[in-house]
Each structure stands twice: as C-alpha cells, then as structure tokens.
Design a protein around this ligand. Sequence first.
Ligand SMILES: *Cc1c(COP(=O)(O)O)cnc(C)c1O
Length: 339
Amino acid sequence: MENINWSELTFGYMKTDYNVRCYYRNGKWGELEVSSSEILNLHMAATCLHYGQESFEGLKAFRGKDGQVRVFRMDENAKRMQSSSRGILMAELPVEKFEEAVRKVVRLNERFVPPYESGSSLYIRPLLIGTGAQVGVKPADEYMFLVFVTPVGPYFKTGFQPVPVCIMRDYDRAAPHGTGTIKVGGNYAASLVAGEKAKQAGYNAVLYLDPKEKKYIDECGPANFFGIRGNSYITPASNSILPSTTNKSLMQFAEDMGLTVERRPIPVEELSTFEETGECGTAAVITPISKIDDLDVNKSYVYATDGKPGPVCEKLYNKLRGIQYGDEPDPYGWVQIIE
Ligand SMILES: *Cc1c(COP(=O)(O)O)cnc(C)c1O
C-alpha cells in the first residue's frame, strides 16, 4: 500500500478490500461469506434499527518486526459478544466461528496491516445485529454477524501522553441494572451528548460516576479507569461498567510485577490520593490522565504536572505493546499468529 502514510493514520475509517459476514436464519448460523461491498441490504423493520438489537466488538492485529501478524486475546472478544447477545436476546455466535471470521478477514486484508515501524495497527470491528423484521417489541428471528477492518493510528491524537478528562454529574452512560456490562450501541448513543460537550470544553473523555449513588468511579466512556497508589493498581468494581480485556491484561501484568491489584468500588474523593491515573482499552491502549475536573462541584485532581506519563503507566504500556507486537515473549498465550 504505497499510498498510505502509515505513521500519520488517525482512528478513523478507511475502506479495505473485504469484509466477512455470517447469517443466522431458521435457528442456525450459516457459513462465513466474503464480501467486497461496504453496504448492507437491510429490512426497514429490522430490530437493530428500532429496538437497539446491536452489539459490537473491537480488537487489533499488529505486525511484528518479524513481519508476522498477531491478534490479541480474540477469545475474550468472542465470549464478550456472546454475553452481549444474552443481554439483549440476540442469537449467540459460537466462539470458533468468531475466531475463524477474524482470521479470515485479517488474511484477506493483509496488505492493510500497518508495518511495525509505524506504530499503527489494524483495527478489527465485529458487529452483530438483529435483521429480522418486527414491529412489536420483541427479539428478531434473524441476525447478521459481520467483521470489517480498517488501519488505525492512535485513538488520541497525542498518542502516549497524559490527557485531561472531566466528570459531568448530570449524565450517565448506563443505568444501575441496565446494559453497562455489555458492549451495545445503546450505551454509546447515551454517551454522545456528554462526550461532545466534554470535547468542546477541551477534555478528552468523560469519566462517569456510578449512576445509582454518584459516589464511585465507573469508567471513561469507551475505556476503563485505573489508579496507581504506592504499590497498588486500583480499578473499579461496578455493575455498570464494561469488563475491558485491556484492563484484565493490565491487572495480570501488575500482579506479575509485584503490585497489589485492588478491584473494588472507588469513592470519588479517593482520586486525590492517586499518584497516577489512566484510561485503558483496545482503542485507548493506556492513556494516562493529566487531570480530572469534577465540573459540577468545581473540584480538580491533578496528576501529570510535567506532562509526562507516570512510571507505572509507562511500564504497563511497554509490557502490553511488547507482547502485542511480538517484541516480548508471551507467557500468557494471549497472541495468535495469523498464518
Ligand atoms: C470496549 C469498551 C472498553 C474497552 O474494552 P477492551 O476490551 O479493553 O477493548 C471499555 N469500556 C467500554 C464501555 C467499552 O465499550
């Protein structure tokens, strides 16, 4: 791909060669199909359009120094998509079928996997939607699973550099016993207004509080939250946040580096005791937080005063990227090489 400036990529959509699709009809999943069209032919009464039967996933493929292409923990994405399906009554796609589709779409679009030196990667977006027609509120009887890919640079233009975030107490992304723990479009729709307001005010993301009591930290829109204090990696336990695979991986690294991992409710006031804080997710990787402004109560928590990532964030970041790009051994068996 001589025309792509790999190191200048943003986190946006670029057309690639193929996508992979699979249909659920008459109570069973069909075979994987390859398409070169970016367009879906969809019934106007499809449940994904009216009643939000839509879930998605996000993962990445990385090209190593050795030229090989690696995918990180895709079984976790497959299982999480099943959990999303259970949450909004969609057909569950078997894990093997999910993985087969990912391998296939990456192979078919291999020329779009950015070179090692660029620091970019191939973003993989699986999608599951209700396609069966309904007018009454009930689940569809037909579903479509689709995976497309697009090469991406860093989610945040600044790359690995601390960014400011804000708390806006008048907005929630998910209800206390709602859909916060599954990866569905509805949560994102609910977060758009606050997200745009935050961006306009110069913030990178909204840090949501628990929607029930507004006392504890939940997560950062599309990324989980963690704080570092002394020898501890501290991340929220909550019934309205999405279980991030990146966060799960960082907890493992932290433990193996000799840190204590605490997963528990984090009262907002505890923000003042952290030495480092960060967002983590497939798109955000690890994005350190420079300050958190709690706008409605006029309070500020400042971390990276020198504008640089803290030492623990940096160590975790290097470990994660090292394993993903194949620079470091993978004792966990988390990467799969796409042959
Ligand atoms: C996808 C997502 C994350 C990040 O999860 P990863 O598995 O690490 O990519 C965090 N929060 C929300 C709400 C998400 O949708």
